[in-house]
Design a protein around this ligand. Structure first.
Ligand code: PLP
Length: 425
């Protein structure tokens, strides 16, 4: 009997490039056909064959309290009866902005977008408008959405497909994107000296999640902060993954470092298409209609997206134990997996911070993209399919972080550890 998943994948490819609306979903890096999801609840996904999976993707982050979280669903349903979009401002947007400002440090003004891509693209434009400079620095393996300027050494999706330069991104655009290895402060200093007074911004994932989970080395972010202060460069923290996930105030709060601009996505929309960029008053005042840096969106601040995001963020803001619980669960998983791999003599490095974690098959530390790429990623393929067969849905790429959600119970974590125990390299 053939699987409904395979039937759907065959059909999807007739209509959609590669059968998917975002490349990583296609399982290219792990091989095999993707599964198609019918529904989700709490910590579980259900595919087209009604098979249940313990979910470690959480829609790449947003489902931090689990799928179909009741207060969010209720809020969406109520708002939907009042209309789905107006093209005019609403009080919901004020509430959302005020709530974000109360949670995140260092945000004086904030503008909503409909994706993390838009947020990063806009933040870069604002940084350029504010400084009057064009070039910027990004780090190899960091992903900041698919705007042209960022599609240079762009992390997970591109790495998975082995794409280095993207046809369609003009050389003129790519030339303004300077890249260095993550955690290499000296290389940044060198680039800044080489391009004195030409660099508008440094954009960084404060904890990287698009080459697996990679932590900033001690002093790395502090060093970037100092360079930016000294050289009139705008420091942009891309907190699309880390925002509201690592702490209420994201990585800025957890690591106690302030960026000049910060971008959000994923958790901020509770599963609806939402992004945002915000930061210091003087910089954000450049944004139209206050300033001349044009930025807009027909569906930006969409009422359904706003009520969904607001409801989720409000839950995160009022739940004092949440981040401690999530961290404890993730550490439990990390320790359990580490023990199993050691027992099996499979060399592994597990990176983890808060509810972000990734398993790299290597003897070495994994501190940047080159380290992640040098791991035994063939073994990851095998591990991924072993887990999938047992009803555990890991990110389908060794270059992606796993995201834990708080609907996961210790019983689910034990199942995950036990499933790993039956894996043979
Ligand atoms: C997902 C992601 C983006 C892009 O967000 P989209 O909503 O997919 O456009 C940008 N930056 C980081 C760090 C991300 O993880």
């Amino acid at each position: 009997m053939s699987s409904q998943n395979d039937i759907l994948f065959a059909k999807a490819q007739l209509h959609i490039p590669g059968g998917v609306n975002s490349p990583v979903r296609a399982f290219k890096s792990v091989g095999g056909n993707p599964i198609f999801i019918k529904k989700a609840n709490g910590a579980y996904l259900y595919d087209a064959d009604d098979k249940q999976y313990i979910d470690y993707i959480a829609s790449w982050g947003p489902m931090i309290l689990g799928h179909a979280y009741e207060p969010v669903i209720n809020a969406i349903q109520q708002q939907a009866t009042l209309g789905t979009s107006y093209g005019a401002p609403t009080e919901l947007e004020i509430n959302m902005a005020a709530l974000i400002k109360s949670m995140a440090p260092n945000v004086d003004l904030i503008r909503m977008t409909s994706s993390g891509t838009e947020a990063c693209m806009s933040a870069l434009r604002v940084a350029r408008g504010y400084t009057g400079k064009n070039k910027f620095i990004k780090f190899e393996g960091c992903y900041h959405g698919h705007a042209d300027a960022f599609l240079v050494k762009g992390g997970s999706g591109m790495a998975t497909l082995g794409i280095e330069t993207v046809p369609g991104v003009s050389e003129a655009v790519a030339n303004d994107t300077l890249t260095v290895a993550y955690n290499d402060l000296e290389a940044v200093q060198h680039l800044v000296a080489l391009h004195k007074n030409e660099i508008a911004a440094i954009i960084v994932e404060p904890v990287a999640g698009n080459m697996g989970c990679i932590l900033p080395a001690p002093g790395f972010l502090e060093g970037l902060r100092k360079i930016c202060d000294d050289e009139n460069i705008v420091l942009i923290f891309d907190e699309v993954m880390t925002g509201f996930r690592l702490a209420k105030g994201g990585a800025q709060q957890l690591l106690n470092i302030n960026a000049d601009l910060v971008t959000y996505g994923k958790v901020i929309g509770a599963g609806m298409p939402v992004g945002a960029f915000g930061g210091k008053q003087a910089i954000m005042e450049c944004v139209a209609p206050l300033g001349k840096v044009y930025q807009a969106g027909t569906l930006s601040g969409n009422p359904i997206a706003m009520i969904a995001g607001y409801t989720l963020l409000n839950e995160l803001n009022t739940n004092d134990d949440l981040y401690t619980e999530l961290n404890a669960k993730t550490v439990y998983l990390k320790d359990g997996l580490a023990k199993v791999f050691i027992d099996k003599n499979i060399p592994v490095t597990i990176n983890q911070l808060g509810s972000m974690i990734s398993v790299h098959f290597t003897n070495n530390e994994v501190n940047n993209f080159a380290d992640a790429a040098a791991c035994n990623n063939e073994l990851f393929k095998k591990y991924f399919h072993h887990m999938l067969a047992q009803g555990i849905y890991l990110p389908p790429s060794p270059f992606e972080s796993w995201f834990l959600n708080n609907a996961l119970r210790y019983d689910d974590l034990d199942k995950t550890i036990n499933a790993t125990a039956t894996f043979t390299a």
